[in-house]
Design a protein around this ligand. Structure first.
Ligand SMILES: Nc1ncnc2c1ncn2[C@@H]1O[C@H](COP(=O)(O)OP(=O)(O)O)[C@@H](O)[C@H]1O
Ligand SMILES: [Mg+2]
Length: 715
């Protein structure tokens, strides 16, 4: 055994030592440890902590029942660093402060919060090594996990070491980091462990313990201590425990307690705040006296400290909850809901929801309000969960469909495309208005667009909808499908068809008085005109789009109109004006996910043209963050172009080369033309007064600009 109490684990401790040494010379690093419960992940984190005695340490632990509480884990992690929050740039400190509930604030986006976490970590490190430990990461609330992973992905020279432990990180924001699976101990290591803790175990029992525990240290220790208490020849494992289900060990301990105590433990396990007062109030509604907690304290299952009840081990808590019968859990949730004050509407709604068996419109509406409040705190994932539960509790099919689609939209905004699609699929068979179906189709299209081959798939999807509604002469559906298809086509660089679809959709939209269709179609037409350099036409279309979009809160269309206007500004050399239009949108990118890359790219372009590359940096960072989730050539080509635009002369060529190569992998005529145009401008920087428009005015639409090509050839 090492001086740190670890048996074996040479490889893992070697990796950790290396990370700590690197941090000493300013390099950051991330390590994810995965493995089943009890295998020794927390022990390795403790080792890291002990080895880092001269470093600052920040630590957080995921708690299963807090997984729905936004930013719970993040606020624990940053707790001792929060005094430095005021030294962050104001947008970051505001976003983080609002997320952590420290100050009122606007909903902020994930990138900004993630960036704030990164800044705060590097502030906290202040050049000295800092160790961040994240235990039981699988149980972190989603928002915290996203923010922490975002920061971890961008650590470089802050001297921050982040070590994350989880049973598994598949499908979580921590997937993709350097990962070390932690396996069970070898036979001889298991013997050493037992000998260290239970030197006098009967050899026969020791044999059985080692055999059953499969190298899991927790199981080894638990089995051995229990078996020592019983008199041989009681058959070991008479309760038939499966050795990997470590939880059942705890459950068994719980089941030995008096009934009242068990019920009170269940109340504590079901309430994530661990607030003693609330738990006791709920207990008394179930007729339980406070003394009932004592046997659980004596058995070391829970610990009361101040006004909180804490479980000795997270497994004890999950075992208590999972091991209870459904009817019991229901009773307990109802008691907790009744015990919640009016100041805790979210908690109350969730407890009622957990207790509800049949549709209950009142509870569904309470959950909807919870979702709304979560969205104000930018807790999209929590909002989505609340809306999904509200949908399950909806009696009427149309209300259910609307809540499912809203849940899907929130899931999409939380960055969880798979969940969004799954929710849309649940909504699909239900009756829904044309508007709701459009919303649903839009989420689907957005997810597909984000996934990569994307817009192509979305375009195909809408094409099928166009064909079907033409066949059925369903004008309402046709116009929705047409304007959505036009937006995809424009993104794919198919300008002529986009224009035709938008014009047709506009006509139907006006006839049927559909503001959504009208403004989106106008915005597409404004952008097409801008690309052609048709200034008057573009400005007119854009102005009309904005005028109608604002009263109907159609922000995406406003965003598209801004893109059209900015395109023209840049082409006229009015880059400052373009930046002023774009920057407010860049500051709130999650409000405009569909246009995020285009907005960012346009901002970078304007900043480069204006010779103020610093103003392009936030947009570039956004582009990087977004593209990091995609392994698709087209957006990466745009990113490379943006890097080229802001890079020093020496570096720029390499980025432009990358961009051109990536364009060839997944061609988009418009994006390619823009890259060539930007490259030409880069090469002849200084000699140019006015740039050509991106598309030939009357040339075959969708073709790259001949003038841009010509410029490049002339260089
Ligand atoms: N390599 C080891 N050497 C000695 N004891 C260990 C080792 N790994 C784990 N343990 C002990 O086994 C128990 C379970 O380990 P823990 O780190 O809590 O597991 P996990 O975090 O993976 O669920 C703890 O009591 C821990 O001290
Ligand atoms: Mg652990």
């Amino acid at each position: 055994m090492t001086e740190y109490g670890l048996i074996g684990r040479e490889a893992e401790s070697g990796i950790i030592d290396r990370l700590l040494i690197d941090a000493g010379s300013g390099r950051s690093g991330v390590l994810v440890l995965t493995g089943e419960a009890g295998v020794g992940k927390s022990a390795l984190l403790a080792y890291a902590r002990a080895r880092a005695s001269d470093m600052g340490v920040l630590q957080t632990v995921g708690v299963q029942s807090e997984a729905e509480i936004n930013f719970a884990a993040l606020s624990q992690l940053l707790h001792s660093a929060l005094d430095r929050i005021s030294s962050l740039p104001p947008p970051q400190s505001e976003a983080l402060g609002a997320a952590l509930g420290m100050m009122p604030g606007r909903p902020a986006n994930r990138f900004l919060i993630g960036a704030a976490v990164l800044s705060l970590l590097s502030e906290a490190a202040g050049g000295c090594p800092l160790l961040c430990l994240v235990d039981d990461a699988g149980w972190l609330d989603y928002e915290s996990a996203v923010a922490i992973a975002f920061a971890a992905r961008r650590l470089e020279a802050e001297a921050v070491v982040m070590i994350v432990a989880a049973r598994s990180v598949a499908g979580t924001p921590f997937a993709g980091f350097p990962t070390r699976p932690v396996d069970g101990l070898s036979r001889s290591q298991a013997e050493t462990l037992l000998a260290a803790h239970h030197p006098r175990v009967d050899p026969l029992i020791r044999e059985r313990v080692i055999e059953r525990a499969c190298g899991n240290p927790l199981a080894l220790l638990e089995f051995a201590s229990r078996l020592q208490e019983v008199e041989p020849p009681v058959p070991p494992f008479s309760v038939g425990l499966a050795p990997t289900a470590v939880e059942s060990l705890y459950l068994e301990q719980v089941r030995r307690l008096p009934d009242e105590t068990q019920l009170l433990l269940l109340v504590a396990a079901a309430e994530d705040s661990q607030a003693l007062g609330l738990i006791m109030r709920a207990g008394s509604r179930l007729g339980i006296k406070p003394e009932a907690l004592e046997p659980a304290e004596q058995a070391g299952i829970v610990l009361v400290s101040g006004d909180q009840i804490m479980f000795g081990h997270p497994l004890a808590r999950s075992a208590t909850y999972a091991g209870a019968a459904f009817g019991q859990r229901q009773r307990v949730h109802r008691a907790l809901a009744d015990a919640c004050g009016p100041g805790e509407p979210d908690r109350r709604a969730w407890h009622y929801a957990a207790a509800a068996l049949t549709p209950d419109e009142e509870v569904a509406r309470e959950l909807e309000s919870t979702a709304w409040r979560a969205q104000l705190r930018s807790g999209q994932a929590a909002a989505s969960a609340a809306l999904e539960r509200a949908a399950q509790l909806s009696g009427k099919a149309d209300a259910k469909a609307a809540r499912l689609v809203a849940a899907a939209q929130a899931a999409w905004r939380a960055g969880n495309g798979d969940r969004a699609i799954a929710l849309i699929e649940l909504a699909t068979p239900l009756p829904a208005s044309a508007q709701l179906r459009t919303d649903a189709a839009e989420v689907r299209g957005l997810v597909q667009a984000q996934r990569g081959m994307p817009r192509q798939a979305a375009q195909e999807l809408y094409s099928r909808a166009v064909d079907r509604s033409r066949e059925l002469a369903n004008i309402a559906d046709l116009m929705h499908a047409l304007h959505l298809r036009a937006r995809c086509e424009l993104e794919l660089g198919k300008v002529a068809v986009a224009e035709a679809d938008a014009a047709e959709a506009l006509q139907f939209g006006r006839q049927l008085n559909q503001p959504g269709v009208v403004v989106h179609s106008l915005a597409v037409l404004a952008r097409v005109a801008a690309l052609r350099g048709d200034i008057g036409e573009s400005r007119r279309r854009a102005a009309e789009a904005v005028e109608h979009a604002i009263p109907h809160r159609l922000h995406l269309a406003v965003c598209a109109a801004v893109l059209a206007n900015a395109e023209i500004d840049v082409s006229l050399g009015h880059c400052g004006a373009a930046l002023e239009r774009l920057e407010p949108l860049i500051a709130e990118p999650m409000a405009y996910p569909a246009y995020l890359i285009e907005l960012a790219a346009m901002t970078v372009e304007a900043a480069a043209q204006a010779r103020t590359p610093m103003r392009g940096q936030p947009a570039l960072a956004l582009c990087e963050a977004w593209t990091a989730c995609l392994d698709v050539p087209a957006p990466r080509a745009i990113l490379a172009r943006c890097r080229g635009l802001l890079a020093d002369r020496g570096e720029a060529d390499r980025h432009f080369d990358d961009a051109l190569r990536l364009h060839r992998e997944q061609p988009n005529p418009l994006d390619q033309a823009r890259t060539r145009l930007n490259l030409g401008e880069h090469l002849r920087r200084g000699a140019r007064l006015r740039r050509p428009t991106l598309l030939a005015r009357r040339g075959e639409a969708g073709e790259p600009s001949h003038r841009a090509d010509a410029r490049l050839a002339a260089d």
